[in-house]
Design a protein around this ligand. Structure first.
Ligand SMILES: *Cc1c(COP(=O)(O)O)cnc(C)c1O
Length: 315
């Protein structure tokens, strides 16, 4: 079986959801269900790993070495993908006070056979520096290095395939932003007349600058980069305080969304985006539009989250 067949993107269907207030604004909301690709390698995490995995296999490397924080969906996805494909994996993890038992995310990585290497915050801060990555590679010459969050050229390449699978017209695309890898892939593949709306989940994040930095890895000329980002609309009002931060209002939104539509969102990424979409619709900012929301997955990190009253998210 080819690697792609383990992570079948045909499972990523296009669903439509409806609320009565959509009618007042003549809005349709379509959802690209990348969360359905695989139970542990869901959403954009497979998109970003696909060409990295193929590259690793092509080079006959024995595994993938990558980076992440203690709650990283990318680490879990990498460990699970490598396990399924018979590859080894090493995770370099921020925080030398942690261990494989510190939380569910790290435990999952370890259970998937990932070799966890805990480094100090100071060392971790060098993760994107060329000299540091060169050192990591020379210590592990038979591993393919994937940057934190799958944010490299191959990651972008995989994310360029999302929109091409959609057989419907839409006017506005909405997607969450962490490293911007997914949104950059989408920006490079979006039909000319369609707008891309990105919602960064980090506070004080310079989306356009980050997207440009990633695009420059692909060696694109600056004129093209400007043009590719021309129709990108950044909505910075829905980070809910920053990465991993949320409040009870967001939790109850996610919980009600699940009750009404039987689709799980997470309060770290996709919940914030959907909250932003509902807000924009209610404010009349998406009048007469067909909206496409890319469900980037992320349920792994959301299981176990409770509100102040101790209610589970998807109860
Ligand atoms: C990792 C993750 C993102 C962030 O994607 P980037 O490509 O890093 O911008 C978005 N949504 C979910 C659910 C994620 O797990």
């Amino acid at each position: 079986m080819k690697p792609e067949e383990h992570f079948d993107t045909k499972r990523s269907t296009l669903d439509e959801i409806h609320e009565s207030f959509f009618d007042e604004h003549n809005v349709r909301l379509l959802i690209k269900r990348d969360d359905r690709i695989h139970k542990d390698v869901s959403g954009n995490k497979w998109r970003k790993l696909k060409y990295n995995v193929l590259k690793c296999l092509d080079r006959k490397n024995e595994g993938i070495i990558t980076f992440g924080g203690a709650y990283s969906n990318h680490l879990v996805a990498t460990s699970a993908a490598c396990k399924e494909l018979g590859l080894k994996s090493i995770g370099i993890i921020r925080g030398d006070e942690l261990n494989a038992e510190s939380n569910v995310t790290l435990k999952r990585c370890s259970d998937n056979g990932m070799n966890l290497v805990f480094v100090s915050r100071e060392e971790y801060s060098q993760r994107n520096e060329k000299y540091y990555q060169d050192e990591v590679v020379s210590d592990h010459p038979n591993y393919w290095l994937v940057p934190e969050g799958g944010a490299n050229y191959y990651g972008v390449l995989g994310c360029q395939e999302i929109l091409g699978e959609i057989d419907a017209d839409f006017d506005e695309v909405f997607v969450a932003q962490g490293t911007t890898t997914t949104s950059v892939g989408v920006a490079l593949s979006i039909p000319m007349e369609v707008n891309l709306n990105v919602i960064p989940v980090l506070k004080g994040f310079n989306s356009i600058q980050e997207m440009k930095a990633l695009l420059s890895l692909g060696g694109f000329e600056s004129g093209f980069v400007e043009e590719a980002l021309e129709d990108v609309h950044v909505n910075s009002n829905f980070h809910f305080g920053g990465y991993g931060k949320y409040n009870d209002e967001l939790l109850s939104f996610v919980s009600n969304f699940y009750k009404n539509h039987k689709i799980k969102l997470d309060p770290i990424y996709t919940g914030k985006v959907m909250y932003g979409i509902y807000d924009a619709i209610m404010k009349g900012q998406l009048q007469d539009k067909t909206i496409l929301f890319i469900h980037t997955g992320g349920i792994q990190g959301a299981s176990g989250i409770e509100d102040k009253a101790g209610r589970r998210l998807y109860a």
